[in-house]
Write a protein that binds this ligand. Structure first.
Ligand SMILES: Cc1ncc(COP(=O)(O)O)c(C=O)c1O
Length: 394
């Protein structure tokens, strides 16, 4: 969907984070309309408005999720976090081997590890493959057992692993890697995964990159980062393949027929993704997510993506011209809003502290990397401020 400049301006003007806020990969400060929605709903709850009225927000959020993901309305459900959504998926996949890179964010590891502990599956760490990362040459050629955390999860790497482990039932991956900023080729992964389940943690990209999200069998997205919907918001979207195969063992009384028939026996599961429902969610979260998603729709993902890519490309160029090491991808189609600066080992904390003193919010990773994340609202002044600090410390 595209929109005129007026809609974009209204979207941009609805946010009020400080200029130096470059930490959307951690959390994205919500817009004024999102804050107002939460306040309005909380006020109504305080006034004793019937809960049925407040829960109408769920439908508004689900409808927007369906429009933006491309999944049917019946195939989407709300969740309170990426971690919870992933746990529900992990406990539901058919018995077998699940392929996942140990460089994934811990939410996408503990879900699988816990399901393994419960005897439901076997976790298969994704082996390394020597395609190198973003031209950094960190990985060597061939298929090795020890993966480097900066290696991207590519279709080739997954295909090679599936040759080794043909009994794999599911592959789990992040759409955009939290550490490297690498944007996965979801369509390419879909092709090599075949009829197995492709589970996608979309939190670092959904809402800010154009992607064929329906390539995933399960898409799990928390709304507190790039969607700028605040904590406690999120959704799960399921393909018909996933709906047919996933057992909703982590679900509850609102995931079944006849919710108000309190008869002491288990009821039939609801059709569609709603069967994953555990209990009534927070209307404040649903309203916040609905408002944030409608804001994204009002401006269009391609507009947001374009604004981010402009700033990221300027930022990366300036870093490279300044002789700094950029560890995130160089090409636009392999990245989203994350820019990773490499520093000599042991030096990153001091640089991070100087950035902080200059009013720049970024994430320190280990002792040699700083992760910046750029949104549509990021201005050239933020990049100037980073370059000034780096100039002082280079
Ligand atoms: C890729 C990824 N997945 C999951 C999470 C955690 O999400 P949540 O707090 O919604 O469980 C993060 C947070 O940094 C993340 O980067």
């Amino acid at each position: 969907m595209t929109a005129g400049p007026a809609a974009g301006d209204e979207y941009l003007a609805s946010f009020s984070e400080p200029v130096g806020y470059l930490n959307f990969g951690s959390y994205g400060p919500p817009s004024r309309p999102v804050v107002e929605t939460i306040t309005r709903l909380a006020t109504q709850a305080g006034e004793g408005v019937p809960s049925s009225g407040l829960h109408a927000e769920d439908e508004r959020a689900l409808a927007a999720v369906a429009r933006l993901t491309g999944f049917d309305r019946s195939a989407v459900a709300l969740t309170s976090s990426t971690s919870l959504g992933l746990l529900q998926i992990a406990f539901g996949v058919p018995q077998g081997r699940v392929l996942v890179s140990t460089a994934e964010f811990p939410s996408n590891l503990y879900a699988w590890w816990r399901a393994e502990e419960a005897g439901r599956l076997t976790v298969q760490p994704l082996p390394a493959q020597g395609s190198g990362f973003g031209g950094s040459g960190l990985a060597g050629p061939g298929l090795a057992s020890e993966a480097h955390p900066l290696d991207p999860v590519t279709p080739d790497r997954v295909a090679a692993a599936l040759e080794l482990f043909p009994d794999t039932v599911a592959v789990a991956v992040s759409a955009v890697d939290f550490r490297t900023g690498y944007r996965a080729d979801l369509v390419g992964l879909r092709a090599v995964v075949g009829d197995r389940l492709l589970i996608v943690d979309g939190i670092q990209g959904f809402g800010v990159i154009e992607a064929d999200w329906t390539a995933a069998d399960a898409l799990v997205v928390g709304g507190q980062k790039w969607l700028r919907a605040g904590w406690g918001t999120g959704f799960v979207a399921l393909s018909s393949r996933a709906l047919a195969r996933l057992r909703p063992v982590v679900s509850g009384w609102t995931g079944v027929e006849g919710v108000t028939r309190y008869d002491g026996v288990p009821h039939e599961l609801l059709p569609g993704a709603q069967r994953l429902s555990i209990t009534n969610g927070s209307p404040f979260a649903s309203g916040a997510l609905a408002t944030a998603l409608e804001q994204v729709e009002s401006v269009g993902i391609s507009t947001i993506e374009g604004l981010i890519e402009n700033t990221v490309s300027t930022f990366v160029n300036r870093l490279e011209v300044g002789g700094h090491r950029v560890l995130s991808p160089r090409s636009a189609h392999e990245r989203a809003g994350i820019v990773v600066l490499g520093r000599p080992a042991g030096d990153a904390a001091a640089v991070h502290a100087r950035l902080d003193s200059a009013g720049i919010t970024a994430t320190l990773h280990g002792d040699d990397r700083i992760r910046f994340s750029v949104h549509a609202t990021t201005t050239p002044a933020a990049i100037d401020a980073v370059m000034t600090v780096l100039g002082e410390t280079a």
